[in-house]
Design a protein around this ligand. Sequence first.
Ligand SMILES: [Zn+2]
Length: 162
Amino acid sequence: MKVLDLHCAQGHAFEGWFGSEADFQSQLARDLVQCPLCGSSEIRKGLSAPRLNLGASPSPAAAAARASEADAAGTAVAAPPSMPMGDAALHAAWLRMARHIVANTEDVGPRFAQEARRMHHGEAEERGIRGQASAQEAAQLLEEGIAVLPLALPDAAKKTLQ
Ligand SMILES: [Zn+2]
């Protein structure tokens, strides 16, 4: 499994999980890789310029917290790992997207990997799902050609809808 640092034409940085470099290139060629903040499919890989431009690199503690959040969530979208918390507009955009995901996906909780497989094999209706998957489960799904991406949904996005 490959975790890539990606950024879009507008400079939003986010993380993408792919089965391999070839999977990334193939999804990129089909415009399947999109910025979670603005939806742009002009995605570039590599040194994350926005992080450098912001002048503040995430502390090791913050990076570790992000990694554990990513392990706990298996929703089929990407999270912007380097979102500056001080940027209210960007934060609002991220929260809007998170709410959109919550509103448009079915929470299957710990059955995420099982449901993703059933949909992949045509045994269940194709739909957007979110839920929990371990990093190992996510890696297995990717190896089977099932697209999953990590996302740490902000609590605010969930509370609003309950
Ligand atoms: Zn963007």
